[in-house]
Design a protein. Structure first.
Length: 305
């Protein structure tokens, strides 16, 4: 009887253990030279549900898609939880793009808690009409929300070569009784950069690379740096999942957390007893491997006994 209990104990111990070691890192992937890892993913069911249907790899180019449009991903910094984006119709110092062609930046309502441009990212809205929501109350109330962000603003931006190429010298850009042709703002003050609703012709976006200090707009880093966020409970769940050889994912129907353990999923981690797991069972190879190890262990212990 004691030997039977011993064998059963070894079986329960080694079968899940062998399987968890054999489970590949299902969700980690690459697009070009960019690593895609939690909370992002390219495969359905992988990553955090708040980032589903967000990234797409097209010809080794990683694209980021939200309601305002598609952007090229330049970098994902997992240490600082940021993702850097490029809009081809974003104005820079060398090129001012008007005509309302830029994407701006608008995220879906349900995705907003997870994605927001960083606090040191300045948005400069260009060629906005006098009826723009930005200038409600101007000039009667003398309310212009424009201001510098992290040392970057329109006063310096007016000195860019791009304005001169359009035939607009710095002096011609100054405003008196009308609204400015450029209005710099942090994202938090407007919550959405929708060029159509704001009645603007274009936009620029730049961010700081602390602790570097640059001398002018020709040296600014242009692009959109977005901070991403996940709940602390998700972080804890994911760490426990990965520590047991699993990949962090979610239920594609209910969007709940799942630990993906190869051919089966768990609501906790890959060390969980099979009856507590959902979505399948272990493969035959894993069961046989675990059984063999259990039998060898049983034989060795029996021999000593």
């Amino acid at each position: 009887m004691a030997k039977l209990v011993l064998f059963f104990s070894l079986y329960v111990l080694f079968v899940p253990l062998v399987y968890s070691f054999g489970a590949p890192h299902l969700c980690r992937s690459y697009c070009g030279n960019i690593t895609i890892d939690y909370p992002f993913a390219l495969q359905p069911g992988c990553g955090h549900s708040g980032f589903r249907d967000l990234l797409f790899c097209i010809n080794d180019v990683l694209m980021f898609h939200i309601s305002s449009g598609s952007y090229r991903v330049l970098n994902i910094d997992y240490a600082y939880r940021s993702i850097t984006l490029h809009d081809p119709h974003l104005s820079t110092c060398d090129s001012i793009v008007l005509g309302g062609r830029g994407n701006g930046f608008v995220v879906e309502h349900w995705r907003a808690p997870y994605l927001n441009p960083s606090a040191d990212n300045v948005f400069m809205l260009l060629g906005c009409s006098t009826q723009s929501p930005l200038f409600q109350g101007f000039p009667a109330g003398n309310h212009v929300p424009c201001r510098n962000v992290s040392g970057m603003g329109c006063e310096e931006y007016y000195g860019c070569q791009g304005w001169m190429d359009l035939g607009l010298a710095r002096m011609g850009l100054a405003y008196g009784t009308g609204p400015p042709i450029c209005c710099a703002l942090p994202f938090d003050s407007i919550k959405s950069v929708n060029l159509s609703k704001l009645e603007c012709q274009g936009y620029s976006s730049a961010y700081t690379l602390a602790p570097l200090r640059v001398s002018g707009p020709s040296e600014w880093t242009y692009g959109i740096r977005v901070k991403y966020n996940v709940e602390a409970s998700n972080d804890s769940f994911c760490k426990a999942c990965e520590a047991t050889g699993g990949s962090c994912g979610h239920d594609v129907g209910r969007f709940g957390q799942l630990c993906m353990c190869g051919s089966w999923n768990s609501t906790s981690n890959c060390d969980t007893i099979m009856k507590l797991s959902v979505g399948g069972a272990m493969s035959t190879v894993d069961e046989i491997s675990g059984s063999l190890i259990a039998m060898v262990g049983f034989w060795l212990l029996s021999f000593r006994m």
